[in-house]
Design a protein around this ligand. Structure first.
Ligand SMILES: *[C@@H]1O[C@H](CO)[C@@H](O)[C@H](O)[C@H]1NC(C)=O
Length: 405
C-alpha cells in the first residue's frame, strides 16, 4: 500500500508538473491552476468529439474559481442589470459625487475566447474603476457567446451596446464627460474592444467617440499561428496555442478538423491571392517586432497548403474579427491606446505588432509589457488565485487610466 501511495503521488505530481520559465513567480500555483484547467477542458486534439463539452466544463470551472476568489461588491457602488440597444449590460456607478461633476465612462468586454465568461466576473473590476478616485461609470457587456452564436454576432452585440452608451442622451443621463470615455477588454474582449474602436473611429455618424482604448493581452489576428510568441509559448499554462486556435475556429464557425492545419499556417499559404503582399505586411512580425522578441525565429510562410480555406472561413480576412489587418488609414483615426502584453503568452506578439502599427499610423501608444506575465494573470488578483504579477498589472492599468482618461 505504501508503494501504491508513493506511485500515486508521483503520478499526480507528473500530471501537475509543467516546466516553467524561471521568471514566473509562484510556479507551483500556476501549475496547479493549469492542471485544474486541463482537467476541466480538453485540448484541441480531442476537440472534434468533445469541443462543446469541454468549453462547458471549462466555463463551470472558470466561474467557480473566479466567483469564489473575487471580493464582494464595494459599498456605495450602484450595480444595475439593464439592456443597451437590447444587449444585456451591467452598469457600475460610483458613489454620487459633488453636483455638476462629470464622470468618466468605460465599456468593458470580458475575455474567454468568445465562448466563456460573463460580466459577473468583472464585478470586482467594475467596483475598482468606480472607486480609487477614477470616478468612472463602467458598463460590462454581456455579449452572446459560442456555441449559441458565431462571428460576427459577438462583435455586433458589443458594437450596438457601445454605440448606445456613446449617444449624447445616455452619457448625459449618467453624467459622463463625452471627452473621457474608454473602451477596454481582455483577451477575446480585447479583440472586440479593438474592433469596436476601429469601427466607431471611422463612423461619421457618431458624434461622440472613444478617447482611449485599453487592451489587455488582446487577440488580433488568425493568419499566423507561428509568431515567435506562439512558438515559444505553445504549451504555456492557461492558454496553449492549440486552445487559442480552437477558440478561433469556433468563433469563425469553421470545422474543428482545421485546427492542425492552422497550427502549421496551412491556411495562409502563398497560393491565396486574397492575401496580398500588402495585407501580409500588416502582420509581418519580422518587420514589426523589435529584435529582442524576434530572436532567431524564422517566419513560417507555406508555399502550398490547404485549398479553399479562405473561401470557407471568410472571417480570417475580416478586420472586424482580426483588427490587426486594418489599413493605416483606419488605424490613424483610432483613439490613444494602452496595450498590455505578457512575455509568456502566445498573444504577446499580436499585441506588440498592433502597438507598432498604431504608432506608425501616428497614434500614441503605451505598451505595458510584463516580463514575468502569463496569459490571464490580470484576472488572478485575489486569494487563493493571487499572483503578484496580476496585482502589479492591475495597479499599472488603473494608474494609466487615472492619468490618461
Ligand atoms: C499542410 O499542407 C500540406 C500541403 O497541402 C500537406 O501535405 C500537409 O499534410 C498539411 N499539414 C497538415 C497538418 O494538415
Amino acid at each position: 500500500i505504501i508503494y501504491f501511495l508513493v506511485f500515486m503521488h508521483i503520478l499526480i505530481a507528473y500530471y501537475i508538473y509543467t516546466p516553467l520559465p524561471d521568471a514566473i513567480q509562484q510556479p507551483w500555483k500556476l501549475m496547479m491552476l493549469d492542471a485544474y484547467f486541463r482537467t476541466g477542458c480538453c485540448r484541441a486534439d480531442l476537440a472534434p468529439h468533445f469541443g462543446l463539452l469541454s468549453t462547458r466544463g471549462f466555463e463551470g470551472i472558470m466561474k467557480g474559481l473566479i466567483s469564489e476568489s473575487s471580493p464582494g461588491p464595494v459599498p456605495g457602488v450602484k450595480v444595475s442589470d439593464i439592456t443597451f440597444a437590447g444587449i444585456p449590460v451591467r452598469v457600475y456607478e460610483p458613489p454620487a459625487g459633488g453636483e455638476g461633476h462629470l464622470r468618466r465612462g468605460l465599456v468593458y468586454f470580458h475575455g474567454g475566447g468568445w465562448a466563456l465568461g460573463t460580466t459577473s466576473e468583472c464585478k470586482y473590476f467594475g467596483s475598482l474603476f468606480c472607486i480609487n478616485k477614477l470616478n468612472t461609470v463602467v458598463v460590462s457587456v454581456e455579449y452572446r457567446l459560442y456555441p449559441e452564436v458565431h462571428f460576427p454576432v459577438p462583435y455586433l452585440d458589443c458594437l450596438a451596446a457601445a454605440k448606445h452608451f456613446l449617444s449624447p442622451e445616455v452619457l448625459a443621463k449618467y453624467a459622463i464627460d463625452p471627452e473621457r470615455v474608454a473602451v477596454a477588454g481582455d483577451s477575446a474582449g480585447g479583440n472586440l474592444a479593438a474592433a469596436v474602436a476601429q469601427e466607431i473611429s471611422v463612423d461619421d455618424s457618431m458624434s461622440v467617440k472613444f478617447s482611449v482604448q485599453a487592451l489587455i493581452y488582446p487577440v488580433l489576428q488568425a493568419l499566423d499561428f507561428n509568431t515567435p510568441s506562439y512558438v515559444e509559448n505553445q504549451y504555456m499554462p492557461i492558454l496553449s496555442r492549440s486552445f487559442m486556435i480552437q477558440f478561433w475556429v469556433q468563433y469563425l464557425n469553421a470545422d474543428l478538423s482545421l485546427v492542425p492545419q492552422f497550427a502549421v499556417n496551412n491556411h495562409s499559404t502563398l497560393q491565396h491571392s486574397a492575401i496580398t503582399p500588402e495585407l501580409r505586411s500588416r502582420l509581418d512580425w519580422n518587420v514589426l517586432l523589435p529584435q529582442k522578441y524576434k530572436k532567431n525565429h524564422k517566419p513560417l510562410i507555406v508555399e502550398k497548403g490547404s485549398h479553399g480555406v479562405l473561401k470557407k472561413v471568410p472571417g480570417l480576412l475580416d478586420v472586424r474579427a482580426a483588427p490587426l489587418l486594418a489599413g493605416p488609414e483606419v488605424l490613424a483615426k483610432c483613439p490613444r491606446a494602452y496595450i498590455l502584453t505578457c512575455e509568456y503568452d502566445v498573444l504577446r506578439d499580436d499585441g506588440l505588432m498592433y502597438a507598432r502599427r498604431l504608432q506608425d499610423a501616428g497614434v500614441t501608444v503605451t505598451i505595458a509589457h510584463y516580463e514575468d506575465g502569463f496569459h490571464g494573470c490580470f484576472s488572478f488578483i485575489s486569494w487563493p488565485l493571487e499572483f503578484d504579477v496580476g496585482k502589479r498589472a492591475l495597479r499599472g492599468y488603473l494608474s494609466w487610466l487615472q492619468n490618461n482618461l
